[in-house]
Design a protein around this ligand. Structure first.
Ligand SMILES: *Cc1c(COP(=O)(O)O)cnc(C)c1O
Length: 391
């Protein structure tokens, strides 16, 4: 009965059958008129999903980490100063990539479960001139949602280029790339974008493309160099065949389907649905006495819940919840790895998923010998989903 398991991890997520059907269709030639049309549609739709009409999109075979490395590798030159707004494990990864590309990295840190705020960032960028500032939109290890609009506002007059890692956020958490002035927004296919793993996606502002053109030294990667990919993407968007490295034609066809579904829902409706489901989850956790890793609701992601294991319950809880039919994830952040667990709620997440997941957590806790009142979490979820205040 594996196919009846509900996959609720922070990526890969459960995929829509229409998206999966595109993967199993016969492969097209990457220079066929049909595929060129599909790739062009994907690029145009990606701009709409990121609310970035002015951006240059890139769709490359690889995972989210490649998207991070492409952003860094094309914008940073050895000796450049970079500031990492650090909210967890993936901010640390961004710092490692920056260092590998020769940047001098400074961290702006907050305590675990919190995010640096706009005032702190404003102060940091007034103390030194940074070439790039990186922000993790949602850090998947802590469930912290960075106040990204305010952080980008704090950067505006500094001249620094911003790179926002949206891998656990894009198409789930509100983001208006052009209006908020983000230079690079990047993600991967397998999280809120709703396509199996294998695609790195970026939207790059004209200002960042200009900074790349003005580099003094060549990009220190061949496969990840914008110079190789820009002509290909421009050709595909203009309806012309082109080749640099073979695109994953089936994944791109699946992305076309998923982006169409996302835009049919509408970005503001989609952001609102994720917020509503996130709120319902948080009500369920509170009713079960579970503590979120994010220290306050304003920095709590709507795309996943990172929770502390309650006292006396160990990480075997994850396996007990799986036995109840819902697949969740263990901890990731090294400081709380063995003391936390995570539930993804992005892409197609709906009311049934919230009830199923919270119900499975209740049963898993009971099976772990932890006293909860059966139905307490579900009942709190239902009050949110039906707009019924607690009595
Ligand atoms: C998952 C994730 C990544 C890494 O993506 P991969 O596809 O696993 O390489 C990077 N940043 C964030 C915020 C993520 O959630």
């Amino acid at each position: 009965m594996n196919e009846r398991e509900l996959l609720m991890i922070p990526g890969p997520v459960a995929f829509d059958p229409e998206v999966l059907r595109a993967l199993s269709a016969p492969a097209r030639s990457h220079v066929s008129p049909e595929f060129i049309q599909t790739f062009g549609n994907v690029l145009r739709q990606l701009r709409e999903v990121c609310l970035a009409p002015s951006a240059q999109p890139f769709v490359i075979s690889g995972s989210g980490t490649l998207a991070m490395e492409m952003a860094v590798g094309n914008l940073v030159e050895p000796g450049d100063h970079a500031l990492v707004v650090n909210t967890g494990y993936f901010s640390d990864r961004m710092a490692l990539i920056l260092e590998r590309h020769g940047a001098e990295v400074t961290h702006l840190r907050a305590s675990l479960g919190e995010s640096p705020d706009a005032d702190q960032l404003k102060r940091a960028v007034s103390e030194r001139r940074y070439k790039v500032v990186t922000i993790t939109h949602v850090d998947t290890s802590t469930g912290v949602l960075a106040p990204v609009e305010a952080l980008l506002g704090a950067l505006r007059s500094s001249g620094a280029l911003s790179i926002v890692d949206g891998v656990c956020a894009t198409a789930g958490e509100a983001f208006h790339q052009d209006a908020w002035g983000a230079d690079v927004y990047l993600t991967a296919s397998q999280k809120a974008v709703g396509v199996p793993p294998g695609l790195a996606l970026l939207t790059v502002s004209p200002r960042a493309m200009e900074a790349w053109r003005r580099r003094k030294s060549p990009v220190r990667a061949f496969y990840a160099d914008f110079a190789e990919w820009l002509p290909i993407h421009e050709a595909y968007e203009a309806g012309k065949p082109s080749y640099f490295a073979t695109p994953p034609v089936n994944l791109i066809a699946a992305l076309d389907v998923s982006l169409r579904q996302i835009l049919a829902e509408g970005m503001s409706q989609r952001f609102a649905r994720h917020r509503r489901m996130g709120t319902a989850f948080r009500a369920g956790w509170a009713a079960l006495g579970l503590e979120l890793v994010p220290r306050s609701a304003v920095v709590a992601a709507n795309t996943l819940s990172a929770l502390y294991l309650p006292g006396g319950v160990d990480a075997a809880l994850v396996g007990r919840i799986r036995a109840e039919g819902v697949v969740i994830a263990g901890g990731l952040h090294p400081e709380i790895k063995g003391r936390s667990f995570r539930i993804g709620h992005m892409n197609a997440v709906n009311a049934s998923d919230v009830l199923a997941a919270v119900g499975a957590v209740e049963r898993g806790l009971l099976a772990s010998g932890h006293p909860v009142s059966p139905g307490a979490g579900i009942s709190a979820v239902q009050r949110v989903l039906t707009d019924t205040p607690a009595r």
